[in-house]
Design a protein around this ligand. Structure first.
Ligand SMILES: Cc1cc2nc3c(=O)[nH]c(=O)nc-3n(C[C@H](O)[C@H](O)[C@H](O)COP(=O)(O)OP(=O)(O)OC[C@H]3O[C@@H](n4cnc5c(N)ncnc54)[C@H](O)[C@@H]3O)c2cc1C
Ligand code: FES
Ligand code: FES
Length: 1289
């Protein structure tokens, strides 16, 4: 297991991993992360890597060490991607391999996550398991609420979290679904004894890097100060948790790293009546407990309880467990616009810090510290004075684009001393700290002065104070932040919120609801289904075959294959700007990186390779995917060359040092669709599609007409396994390993690029760590570059894209601007709908044309209109070409359609729910895909869900809630989707099945398993044919998809691949069945093994090849619609724009499910993916360079566990009837995504309730998507008049 591990020799820095002491090899440099060490040196590939920013959690391991100050043995979760390996010297690190696995046995956490269907692609699973494991070390008896909070730093892009939370909550002491386990029993594989304090090395470096950089590990303050004196004038960095590297990627080359973590003097915690002193290396995690304890013990420190709660919202569990408050303050010191939560909370609490250098120690208040020259200095400690009395109030807020693990738009900390007896007179100058405004603004000084000696319950005073604040808060324009206006309004609202909260005893009635922040109930779910399909195990809810391999980290992804001998690693050099002409490269600095090999660019391709990866199956006008741009660079971030090096780290480092020389040209990049529209920057316009009947004439006749425009922004796939490929040469040609949705397509593409026959190229995909359409064509570029490099160097080549590289260079879901006109009659029937849509295709127009058309055809969704007319234009901009992202056509269409329907209901003055019910497609009607609706399930589903979800009663409850809460509003809405599925494919579905002599079964299928459960469904379909002979699912092992075994196969996409491959498996298994039947007749009592043995020994071939090409009764490819109805209820905090989805109910008609347990997971996952698209995931581009600024987890926000519906109920339609599909089942991976659009209209309802209450104009609200909290606040239009609490008395 530890192929690269060396037992420590004396004096060498070492680390314990899974109970073994191992030396850190000398070629690890100070920049080597613990993750690189585990994965690349020790070959422990169960620990994954993706963002390298502490933002996704897939790399979490557990560190156990003796605390340098308390000497207690502690265990904490660590983001191994951020932790330098030399910081971990002396630690005992536990990885997923160390806690359990096949034959060990499995750890209960691994078991329960698998049992609860908590894995899909499985790439995130080891991170979830290790987060839970780490937390249980510290808190063996957590409550369910605490368990939910454990996962504030883990992103799963597939599951929708409900199943993961269910599995993990089964360990909670208040759960009745499993319950606590004996922690010692759980951890018996580990021995905590003999854990010593991490060793220190005084002023001697423990490591030297490739440029002579040193890493020091001092053991006392004195030694630390000596080192600071030595390096004061050099580029040095103190290292505590090193988590700041996840936020700011400093580009200065550091010559000296000094670990401050093992300096005991920096860990001190002293509590006295006068205050609390905390050492600089005390972590945010430790502060949370320390503050709570201090608040309990010392009444005048009661306010620390509030700060403790605030810190629960800073970063995430693994970051907090390692991040020091001093490191955070230093980030604020270096980047004064950083919205530091630590700074505002400590400053509002009047904290004084001690800073030391060779000359001594000095005290500083924090505002002075910000101006202090910190070269050669270290923060030693902070003192939080005792200030609280029953007259003191401390409040703090953090308003974020996502509930947890997100930095603030604006944060605020407020400290007031008031005399309640004197009408809440402010007796001392208050502390009002507002973050996120600018690098200059911290204290609202004018407001602080204004409020001194004034009454907080005097309406006029409050109004004036808010005005003063409004005038002194001047937020700077900043591309990645929300608008200055939004941040100003938020700042004012936070002060108002504070006043309402402080005065809550005196503020009467419904206005009190403005004080508290939103609460999020514990997440729960219900799943309601009947197993409809036969014969078993088909149709049964069975766990995914590979689930335990996934939860134990044993599931192998492409980048987990050990490095091949002599392998080279690649990293892209990206264009710094759009619309430039590359004229050369300066590689001088890059070449100094140890392990640098070479760089390949366009000139290396010329004459030998085809500079284009577009599939030959696409027409000439779509052949646009150049490997390196031959003319102008299409977009900032486009790969313009590739660096080859001996390690991935070296390749990444060297690529970042390549200086791209270019001619800037005069072209201004177009980075937003509105600019493209204004400049008429168009690729082309599609032919208009229209109903036979005249749509214009019908529209003109309608008494009720609406017109509107909706913009839906783009979305990044954000799969947790990044794009990767490994290519090597063998005697037969090229062997490609890549996570790919169409392995046959790889060979076709590479054959074109390499100019080699197809039979020299073999491609294999073991599994995919999330695809969502992004690994169909996008990964081809990575494969092509690796293959060319491999051909040129004659060495195996591999590339694993960093998240920032992927976010910059990768294709995305396009932005769409759609204009609509619609007309309805007075009975509320939709008669005519016209759409004029613009799709932002990017710099070139390739695959997106297929998606655009699919979007256009899906604009009707579940609703009928007599006539329609649709125009579609592909806009040109300086962005990557747009591509397919989960439900590529239907996802935007569902949103556009819903907002149009909502607008029409508003114009008709009818209930939107009734309006939509009335216009649902009925049997016999023809939809805009040209398909006749054979069934009438939509109406039945709508009515069933209306009843099941108790809509009527809940709407009354919402009305009551809204009356009683002026600043919190709830909203509910329902919608329906219809997702068109076609069996028209790239090729046949294929299954190769072998029954071995021992009865075990091997299956290779042509689908790509990426979490959707395809493999399990294929196995179910195969075993169903052989179950009568005694075959069972546990006999099946599936093998990686292989282009040599299954040539001409179909790609995996459009959600239908599982059922088509299941059908191919049935065909293969039927052949084996036919061959076994005569044997069974002769030996009726023989069990499976005997039967198989007899058959093989008598020369019967138990290997079969099944293919399936869909044809329906009319000899056409089958088509059908997957249907869904959903309801969502939300609560909105009107003063902050934050929202919580309280409950979502979904009813899906997926025909007869092949595996309901797996399909429920697909529904939940797709829905939450949609929530990200419609609510939180926002990209933003630099208007000068065209660079995507949302290039990491700091600025791009997919949903996390805290964001999913608190009550998540999924129903599968019972007795769905037969359809044209195979097995009468229906595709499920993508369709439910569109139902998440209901969350948007539910939020709209809540905002409308507030606007109505305040007498604001009753207009149909329009907004750009995603509907972030910033946009919600904007729509609430809270003004001075709305902040008059007395009027609510
Ligand atoms: C995913 C993620 C989310 C985050 N979210 C938030 C958030 O919501 N709000 C927020 O406020 N912060 C947030 N942060 C920032 C986080 O709080 C800081 O990264 C952390 O507190 C820094 O502490 P550290 O010990 O890791 O510092 P390090 O990274 O080790 O050091 C940071 C800097 O401080 C210097 N330094 C360290 N210790 C000392 C010392 N004793 N004296 C002088 N200089 C010192 C170092 O030289 C370095 O320049 C987030 C970070 C991450 C990775
Ligand atoms: S948190 Fe470490 S890779 Fe994402
Ligand atoms: S299962 Fe979580 S990312 Fe795929």
């Amino acid at each position: 297991m530890y192929s690269g591990g060396i037992a420590p020799s004396s004096g060498e820095p070492s680390i314990h991993v899974n109970g073994k002491a191992l030396e850190i090899p000398r070629d690890c440099n100070p920049e080597t992360s613990l993750n690189d060490f585990l994965r690349d040196v020790l070959n422990l590939k169960g620990t994954k890597v993706m963002c390298r920013e502490g933002g996704c959690g897939c790399c979490v391991v557990t560190a156990t060490y003796k605390h340098p100050a308390t000497e207690e043995v502690v265990s904490v979760p660590v983001n191994s991607c951020l932790c330098p390996v030399y910081s971990a010297v002396g630690w005992h690190v536990t990885t997923i391999e160390g806690i359990g696995g096949s034959g060990k046995p499995y750890h209960p956490i691994q078991e329960r996550l698998a049992e609860h269907y908590g894995t899909q692609c499985g790439f995130c699973s080891p991170g979830f398991v290790m987060s839970m494991y780490s937390q249980l070390q510290e808190n063996p008896k957590p409550t369910m609420q605490q368990v939910e909070h454990f996962f504030d730093g883990n992103i799963c892009r597939c599951t929708g979290y409900r199943s993961i939370l269910d599995g993990m909550k089964s360990f909670a002491c208040d759960s009745n679904n499993g319950g606590c386990v004996d922690i010692e029993e759980m951890n018996k594989s580990l021995c905590a004894e003999g854990i010593a304090k991490p060793p220190t090395s005084g002023v001697i470096p423990i490591a030297r890097g490739w440029k002579g950089q040193r890493f020091y590990n001092p053991g006392s303050l004195d030694q630390l100060l000596k080192l600071l004196k030595r390096y004061k004038d050099d580029e040095y960095q103190l290292v505590c948790g090193n988590t700041s590297a996840g936020v700011f990627k400093e580009d200065v080359l550091v010559n000296c790293y000094i670990n401050v973590r093992n300096v005991p003097e920096l860990h001190n915690i002293r509590l006295s009546k006068s205050g609390l002193e905390i050492g600089a290396t005390v972590t945010l995690r430790e502060l949370i407990d320390t503050f709570k304890e201090a608040a309990e013990k010392v009444p005048r420190l009661a306010h620390l309880d509030r700060i403790s709660d605030h810190y629960q919202q800073v970063a995430n569990q693994a970051v907090r467990a390692n991040a020091s408050w001093a490191g955070n303050l230093m980030m604020k010191h270096r980047h004064q616009d950083f919205p530091s939560d630590v700074f505002i909370t400590l400053e509002a609490a009047k904290t004084v810090i001690k800073v030391a250098d060779e000359q001594g120690t000095q005290d500083h208040v924090l505002t002075d510290f910000l101006r202090l020259d910190m070269r050669g200095k270290v923060i030693v400690s902070a003192k939080l004075p005792a200030i609280s009395t029953d007259q003191h109030f401390y409040r703090s807020f953090k308003i974020t684009p996502r509930q947890l693990n997100a930095h603030a738009y604006v944060n605020g900390a407020f400290q007031f001393a008031v005399d309640k007896r004197q009408n809440y007179r402010v007796t001392e100058r208050p502390n009002i700290l507002i973050g996120g405004i600018s690098d200059k603004f911290n204290h609202a000084i004018k407001t602080e002065n204004f409020l001194l000696n004034k009454s907080l319950l005097d309406e006029e005073v409050v109004q004036s104070a808010l005005k003063v604040l409004e005038s002194e808060v001047v937020p700077v324009e900043e591309a990645t932040a929300s608008s200055p206006e939004h941040r100003r309004q938020l700042a004012v609202n936070l002060l108002y919120k504070t006043i309402l909260d402080i005065g809550s005893d005196a503020v009467e009635g419904a206005a009190r609801s403005g004080g508290p922040v939103l609460t999020r109930p514990l997440q729960r779910g219900e799943q309601d289904f009947v197993e409809e399909l036969q014969p078993a195990p088909l149709g049964q809810s069975v766990r995914k075959l590979e689930s335990k391999a996934q939860t134990s980290g044993e599931a192998t992804y492409v980048n987990d294959y050990p490095a091949h001998a002599n392998e080279l690693f690649l990293a892209y050099v990206l264009a710094p700007e759009a619309a430039i002409k590359v004229i050369g490269f300066d590689t001088e600095e890059a070449e100094k990186v140890p392990g640098y090999h070479s760089m390949l660019s366009l000139k290396d391709l010329e004459g030998k390779y085809t500079n284009n990866t577009t599939m030959p199956i696409f027409p000439p006008e779509m052949q646009t995917d150049e490997i390196f741009p031959s003319k102008l660079v299409g977009f900032a971030g486009q790969p313009v060359s590739v660096v080859l090096a001996e390690t991935q780290w070296a390749a990444d480092r060297a690529a970042s040092l390549v200086d791209v020389k270019f001619d800037a040209g005069d072209e201004e990049p177009i980075v937003h669709i509105t600019e493209a529209l204004a400049k008429k920057s168009i690729h082309f316009k599609d032919a208009q599609r229209a109903s036979k009947e005249d749509a214009d004439a019908t529209l003109a006749k309608q008494p009720v007409r609406v017109e509107g425009e909706v913009t839906v922004g783009e979305q990044i796939h954000f799969f947790i396994e990044s794009l990767t490929a490994s290519v090597r040469r063998t005697e037969e040609g090229f062997l490609v390993q890549a996570p790919h949705q169409w392995i046959e397509g790889v060979t076709v593409m590479l054959s074109k690029v390499l100019r080699r026959p197809r039979n020299q190229i073999r491609a294999i995909s073991p599994r995919i760590g999330g695809g969502f359409g992004g690994k169909m064509f996008m990964v081809d570029h990575v494969i092509a570059v690796c293959a060319i490099a491999c051909d040129i160097t004659h060495r195996p080549c591999r590339m694993y894209l960093r998240l920032d590289t992927f976010a910059l260079s990768g294709q995305k879901r396009p932005t769409i601007v759609a204009k609509y006109k619609a007309g309805a009659d007075t009975d509320g029937f939709l008669r005519s709908v016209h759409w004029d849509s613009a799709v932002e295709a990017g710099y070139a127009c390739n695959f997106i044309t297929l998606i655009g058309r699919e979007m256009d055809d899906s604009l009707d969704q579940a609703y009928h209109a007599d006539t329609f007319k649709r125009d579609l234009t592909y806009m040109k901009s300086n962005k990557p070409q747009a591509t397919a992202v989960r439900a590529p056509g239907s996802a935007p269409a569902a949103m556009l359609n819903l907002l149009m329907m909502d607008h029409m209901a508003h114009e008709l003055r009818v209930d939107p729910i009734e309006f939509k019910r009335k216009n649902l497609y009925r049997a016999g009607q023809v939809d805009q895909h040209g398909m006749e609706r054979a069934d009438n399930n939509l109406g039945r589903m709508w009515d069933d869900l209306y009843k099941e979800a108790d809509i009527e009663k809940r709407r009354s409850a919402i009305e009551k809630f809204n009356k009683e809460n002026h600043y919190k509003k709830r909203g509910l809405d329902m919608s329906a989707i219809s997702y068109h599925i076609s069996y028209a494919r790239f090729g046949p579905s294929e299954v190769d099945m072998t029954v071995h002599i021992d009865g075990s079964i091997s299956i290779v299928h042509s689908g790509s398993e990426m979490g959707q459960g395809l493999t399990t469904k294929v196995a179910q379909a195969a075993v169903a044919q052989l179950a009568e002979f005694g075959a069972t699912l546990d006999m099946v092992k599936t093998k990686p998809t292989d282009s040599m075994l299954l040539p001409q196969m179909d790609g995996t996409g459009g959600s239908a691949t599982s059922e088509l491959n299941a059908m191919a498996a049935k065909v293969a298994a039927e052949q084996i069945r036919e061959r076994l039947l005569p044997i069974k007749e002769n030996k009726p009592d023989a069990g499976w093994n005997e039967l198989v043995m007899t058959a093989i020994m008598s020369g019967v071939l138990l290997k079969a090849f099944g293919t399936y090409v869909s044809q329906n009764r009319e000899n056409k490819h089958a088509r059908y619609s997957t249907l869904g109805v959903g309801a969502a209820e939300v609560e909105v905090d009107i003063l902050t724009g934050e929202y919580v989805v309280l409950r979502s109910d979904i009813m899906m008609d997926i025909g007869k499910s092949l595996n309901p347990g797996v399909d429920i997971g697909q529904i939940e996952g797709a829905y939450v993916f949609g929530m990200g698209y419609y609510l939180t995931e926002r990209t933003v581009y630099d208007s000068d360079t065209g660079r995507n600024l949302a290039d990491g987890t700091w600025n791009y926000k997919p949903p996390q566990a805290a964001d999913v519906p608190r009550d998540f109920r999924v129903h599968l339609l019972k007795k769905p009837g037969d359809t044209d599909s195979v097995f009468s089942t229906k595709a499920i991976g993508e369709p439910p995504l569109g139902l998440a659009a209901t969350c948007v209209t539910a939020i709209k309802r809540a905002i409308e309730a507030f606007r109505k209450q305040q007498g604001k104009p009753d207009v149909n609200l329009t907004f750009e998507l995603p509907l972030t909290p910033a946009r919600v606040l904007q729509l609430c239009e809270v003004g001075a008049k709305d902040r008059q609490f007395k009027m609510f008395k």
